[in-house]
Design a protein around this ligand. Sequence first.
Ligand code: ARG
Length: 454
Amino acid sequence: MTDLSGRTCVLAYSGGLDTSVAVAWLRETHGLEVVTVTGDLGSVGDLDQVRDKAVRSGARRAVVVDAREPFVRYFVWPALHADALYQGRYPLATALGRPLLAKLLVDVAREEGATYVAHGSTGKGNDQVRFDLSVAALAPDLTVIAPLRSGMNMTRDEEIDYARKRGIPVPATKKSPYSVDENLWGRSIEAGVLEDPWEAPPPDVYQWTVDPDEAPAKPREIVVGFREGTPETLDGEASDGVTLVEKLNAIAGKHGVGRIDQVEDRLVGIKSREIYEAPAAIVLHTAHRALEDMVLPRESLRFKERIAAEYAELVYNGLWFSSHHQDLSAYIRSTQRYVTGEIRVRLHRGNVTVVGRRSDNALYSHALATYGKGDAFDQKAAEGFIQIYGLSLRNQARLQGLSSGETSMPLTLPAKSGSGAKGTESPGSGSKSSPRRGATRGGHPKRPGAPKRA
Ligand code: ARG
C-alpha cells in the first residue's frame, strides 16, 4: 500500500463500524493522520458520543457539525420546489445529503491543509459517485480515498475483530440486517431479505412509520402553509424548517404515511430494491404539488414536470455542484414566486389526501368553474373555440380519412353474434352536423367485420 506518511486525510465519519474501522485502517495502511467530520443532517443523535468514538478509533481530531438547518434550507427545500422524486417516487433523502457532507469534508480539508479526503461508500452504489463528484467540483486538487472500494474489504466479523484488537468501541446491539442511511428528509433501507424483490419488507424494516393497518382509525387533518414554495406554517403556526420537517415526520409516521417500496436504477447500472420512509417528504411533496396546481398556469405545470424529472436525475446522479443544476434551479426558483397559500391534507392509514387548498394567487376562478350561480363563462363562445381548435383534426379527417392505423379500433364494430344487434355505426357517423365525407378512403374497406390483425 502507498505510504502517505504524515499527511492528513479528512474522513466523512458516521460513527458506525465501517467508518470507525476506516479511521484505523487509513492510519495503518497509508500512514495518514485522520481527521473525521460528522455532519448531523438529523440522525446523528449524541454528537459528543460520536466525537468521542472517532477519537477512540484513532482520529487526531473529530469535527462534528449540526448541519440540519443548511440541509433543509439549501437542499431539501430546493428539491421540494422542484417536485423532485427520482423515478417518480424516491424523495432523494440520501442523495441530497451527500453533497452537503462533501462540502463539510472539503471545508475541513482546507482548514487542515489536507490533501486527502475519504468516505465510507462502497464501490457499487450511488453515494461514492456523489461524494467523489462533489469533491471534484468543489476542490479538484484533493484526492479521494474510499477504503471500502479500495482494499479495506473485511466482512462484518473481520471488522469487529479488527476494531476489538484496537480498542475501538464495537456496537453492543445486534447489527441491523439492513443497510440504512437516515436524515431529516427520510430513511433509506436496503440489503438483507430486501434483496429479494418478491419478499415483502419485514416489519423491522420500518422505524418511522407505523403499519397502516395499525394506524389510528380516525384520520388527522393538517394544514401546511407555503410561502413562495417553502413550507412555513403547520396548522397556522409558524415553524422553522427543521422543526416543521421533524414534526411532520412524527405526525404522518404515526398515521402510517411515508412508506415507499421501490426497485430503482442506480447510476452504476444496477437495479436495486429500496425501502424508504419519508413521511414529511411525502406529505410536503403532495401538498406542494397541490398548491402548484392552483397557482401555476398549465403550461408551467406541464413543463415543470419535465424539469422535475431532470432535476431528480441530476441530484440522484451526483451532479449537485454543476452548472446544469444552477440553470435548472433558476427556472424552478422563478416558478415558485406565486406558490404561496395553504393546503389541507388528510392523513389516514398510510394515505395522504389533499382535501382543501387556498391561495391569494390562485388561478382557480369560481366564476369560471361554477355550474351554479354567477357563471361568467360564455358557453356559446365554446362553439367558436372548438371550431378553430378542431380545424386541423377536421382537415385531416376530410383529407386522409379516419383510422388508417392497424392498431386503432375498427370503424365498423363487429356485430355481436346472436344478439341481433344491427346497424352498428362508426364513431361520428351518426352526427348530422359532421358528414363523414371521404371517411371511406382510409376506413378499412378490407375489414368490414371481424378485426383481423395482419
Ligand atoms: N438508493 C438510495 C440512493 O442512492 C439510498 C442509498 C442509501 N444507502 C444505504 N446504505 N441504504 O440515494
